[in-house]
Ligand binder design. Structure first.
Ligand code: KIV
Ligand code: ZN
Length: 470
């Protein structure tokens, strides 16, 4: 089993992260995020689940071609592996291969559940059938692609003895990465450590060419702790997402694992290839594109992660930064302004500062940004980095508007039913509008009152609904 002091960072923001409720990104946005992940230094980008839809396949294919190949004159060394997810069946595997094969380093990631609950209720398969399917499908994937990853889904609730058998078959059939998912975020760090340790020690055929990977979900708020426990036990790949976005409570957060390994280097003695100074910027980019805000107290990238409010803390910070800070904000890209921009600054100064912040704009984009910058500088004396980041986010990373709020009226009082009437304009083409039932999904928490609900022509609709009490 691979046992170096390097931990590969496998980013699944574009696959598991995109499965967060409401996190859907357009193909262009996914491509942009993939470029930024590559610059951040991730080792593997799981670009999507190609069998999910033709659009998903196309998005993965473009990422494989454009991000998974070196630019002219660039070496292969930092080109990320591009992975596509596939269930353990031929059709999914074919689609994953079709999508990733244009990458310099393609990977097929296939999975099948191994917990008694999943085998019985979801797959309706016997354990023997599961073992056989894994052997066949890993071998099939390997016949197409040299780099095959296998995940026993819901490993956290699987019988370890059964896992050793399944994983042994996966190795025999050609898998080179064995990923151990705590799919439902159920395990504790001690348990997860023992699970990984047991797999490394007991899986037949385990050898130096195999990488053990960990993939945790955060249902009990233990994803980062479990991932680090797995790494301590010998895993050398961590599957993570930017801002920890993902199914339900999310996945392990990339920035937390990377900064824990870096800040507590004496404890772990391990390295990653992540350019940590880009963490804050990539976090903002993903938040803007997905529309999922980062909670202010989120470790590493939250707005308050380096803010000190209490008098005692401020006093300590003024005496020495290390009194209350275990990391330097600039190490994660939370910058102190070094160059102050104002209304006399020119395009060159703006371009230079934006490049330092990691934004390389073409001439047209720079013109747009410069116009916005001048407008702002007329109103605000000093433009700091946060202003520039907000300007860039607003100008270039704004998620596509789907609905526009045309007008809103709220009626309430001590008698009768309080109601709200809203009129929305569907910004997508009128010919592609969804039927009314699908349109109503944007307001899942409040039932429309059928008595007063109306619909207006011209690509907009209004609905009155009772307001919740309290
Ligand atoms: O959580 C999970 O089990 C997964 C697998 C597909 C790896 O996301
Ligand atoms: Zn997952």
């Amino acid at each position: 089993m691979t046992n170096t002091n390097y931990v590969k960072i496998f980013d699944t923001t574009l696959r598991d992260g995109e499965q967060s409720p409401g996190a859907t990104m357009t193909s262009a946005e996914k491509l942009e995020v993939a470029h930024h992940l590559a610059r951040l230094g991730v080792d593997v980008i799981e670009a999507g689940f190609p069998a999910a839809s033709p659009d998903d396949l196309e998005a993965v294919r473009r990422i494989a071609l454009e991000v998974g190949n070196p630019a002219v004159g660039e070496s292969d060394a930092r080109v990320p592996v591009i992975a596509g997810l596939a269930r353990a069946n031929k059709s999914d595997i074919d689609k994953a291969w079709e999508a990733v094969q244009g990458a310099r380093k393609p990977r097929i990631h296939t999975f099948l559940a191994t917990s008694p609950i999943h085998m019985k209720h979801k797959l309706k398969m016997d354990p023997e059938e599961v073992v056989q399917r894994v052997a066949e499908m890993v071998a099939y994937a390997r016949s197409l692609c040299e780099d095959v990853e296998f995940s026993p889904e819901d490993a956290g609730r699987s019988d370890p003895e059964f896992l050793y058998v399944v994983l042994g078959e996966a190795i025999k059939s050609g898998a080179t990465t064995l990923n151990i998912p705590d799919t439902v975020g159920y395990t504790t760090p001690d348990e997860f450590y023992r699970l990984i340790d047991g797999i490394i020690k007991n899986t037949p055929g385990m050898h130096d060419g195999i990488t053990i990977s960990v993939h945790c979900h955060d249902d009990l708020g233990l994803a980062t702790a479990n991932t680090l426990a797995g790494i301590r036990a010998g895993a050398r790949q961590a599957e993570v997402t930017i801002n920890g976005i993902g199914e339900r409570a999310g996945n392990t957060s990339l920035e937390e694992v990377v900064m824990a390994l870096k800040t507590r280097h004496p404890v772990f003695g391990l390295e990653t290839g992540i350019q940590t100074r880009q963490l804050a910027r990539v976090s903002r980019l993903v938040s803007n594109y997905t529309g999922i805000p980062v909670q202010p107290n989120k470790a590493i990238v939250g707005a308050n992660a380096f803010a000190h409010e209490a008098g005692i803390h401020q006093d300590g910070m003024l005496k020495h930064q290390t009194t209350y800070e275990i990391m330097r904000p600039e190490d994660v890209g939370v910058n102190q302004t070094r160059l102050v921009l104002g209304k006399h600054s020119g395009r060159h100064a703006l371009r230079t500062r934006l490049a330092e912040l990691g934004h390389s704009l073409d001439e047209v984009e720079l013109d747009q940004a410069f116009t916005r910058f001048k407008e702002l500088a007329d109103r605000k004396k000093v433009i700091v980095d946060a202003d520039l980041e907000a300007l860039i986010a607003d100008e270039f990373y704004r998620p596509r508007d789907v609905y526009l709020l045309n007008d809103m009226q709220v009626t309430c009082g001590t008698m009768g039913m309080p109601t709200a009437t809203v009129r929305l304009r569907d910004q997508t083409e009128s010919s592609t509008r969804k039927p009314p039932s699908a349109q109503a999904q944007w307001m899942p928490r409040i039932k429309p009152s059928t008595a007063s609900s109306t619909s207006r022509a011209n690509c907009s609709s209004s609905t009155s609904m009772p307001l919740p009490k309290g």
